[in-house]
Write a protein that binds this ligand. Structure first.
Ligand code: TXA
Ligand code: MG
Length: 320
């Protein structure tokens, strides 16, 4: 079983494992990441192995500062402005990849672009000490809910990795927003921890939505799936269903739910995002066949929450 160490005492051991080409689960502000040295092909392969990822999908390279980012990718002015405004933070930028970056090709899955992010907190410190970028997908088995606590990560991956660094519950609670500048326009590849409105305010332009270019696996139809089936936007709860609630007013029939978790009593979407994965897991553990979910508004982080819920609810035979 993986050892769980608090952030304050984990740095040296995490560094030693990463130097040796091993993987380590680390907290970031969004979700826990399963990190490996992005320049080491063995380490990157171990990430895929531990997650049981069915395909070599491209990973995000995490950097400590802009200088490290500039050695890996080419920033256009708009991407540079967004990095200036939101880094470190829950924003990933897809950028043209420099051929001599040192990043192992398994990280980019052979694409000529690379996804870059500068995380806050322990991850940033670790990368600065290592002096090399870390490839880190969310720390969960492929297709399962992203871990937002060290305990959830250890329960899922603990028999396959050696160390989980415990930074407590991740503050944002869902993955980073992924953006790409294409022909001077800004495209949202994955809604996430920064709402579209905030990005548009900095960019001074509207975000384009909808697939263009590569499909992200976060974009697989079924992803983040709990064991239970999910029923979304419910107005009436069926007896025995578990209820994932939102806000002050309850769906009809809530009294008959097998269990209830409220993402945010006050209807706060940030609080709801931070609770989403942990509450889906908690309701899953109750053992109900179906988790009924109350409607969540689409503004701000609501877009990312609805995106993750839709993937969790998608037919499971779509898992590839
Ligand atoms: O918050 C996060 O982003 C977390 C933490 C650990 O940093 N990481 C995360 O990684 O969510 P992962 O591997 O679960 O999702 C990365 C997403 C995938 O959907 C992948 O396809 C997309 O980034 N991606 C990576 N490189 C890309 C590229 N060159 N072009 C388009 N999408 C890319
Ligand atoms: Mg993931």
């Amino acid at each position: 079983m993986a050892e769980i160490l608090a952030v304050g005492e984990a740095l040296e051991q995490a560094l030693a494992l990463l130097e040796g080409g091993d993987v380590v689960a680390i907290p970031t502000e969004t979700v826990y990441g399963l990190a490996g040295d992005a320049t080491n092909g063995v380490a990157v392969a171990r990430i895929f192995e531990a997650k049981g990822r069915p395909r070599f999908n491209p990973l995000i390279a995490h950097v400590a500062d802009r200088a490290m980012a500039d050695r890996i990718a080419v920033f256009d002015p708009l991407s540079a402005r967004l990095a200036g405004a939101f880094w470190p933070g829950p924003l990933t930028l897809v950028l043209p990849h420099r051929a001599d970056s040192g990043i192992h090709p398994l990280v980019t899955a052979g694409l000529d672009t690379i996804a870059l992010r500068m995380p806050r907190g322990f991850g940033g410190e670790l990368i600065a000490r290592l002096g090399r970028p870390l490839a880190a997908p969310s720390a969960n088995s492929s297709g399962r809910i992203s871990g937002t606590t060290a305990g959830a990560v250890a329960a899922d991956l603990g028999d396959r990795i050696r160390l989980v660094v415990d930074g407590g519950a991740t503050p944002v609670g869902l993955e980073s927003t992924i953006l790409k500048v294409e022909h001077g326009e800004l495209r949202l590849l994955r809604p996430g921890g920064i709402g579209a409105e905030e990005i548009e305010a900095v960019a001074g332009a509207k975000l384009l939505r909808g697939a263009a270019g590569i499909e992200a696996p976060g974009m697989l139809a079924s992803h983040y799936a709990p064991g239970a089936l999910m029923r979304l936007n419910v107005e009436k709860v069926a007896g025995g269903e578990a209820l994932l609630a939102f806000g002050r007013s309850r769906a009809e029939g809530w009294q008959d739910a097998a269990a209830i978790r409220n993402l945010s009593e006050t209807g706060d979407l940030r609080e709801a995002a931070s609770n989403l994965f942990a509450f889906m897991q908690a309701l899953d553990r109750v053992g109900a066949a179906t988790i009924a979910v109350e409607p969540i508004p689409f503004e701000g982080l609501g877009e990312a929450i609805n995106d993750r819920l839709a993937r969790a609810a998608a037919p499971r035979d779509k898992i590839v």
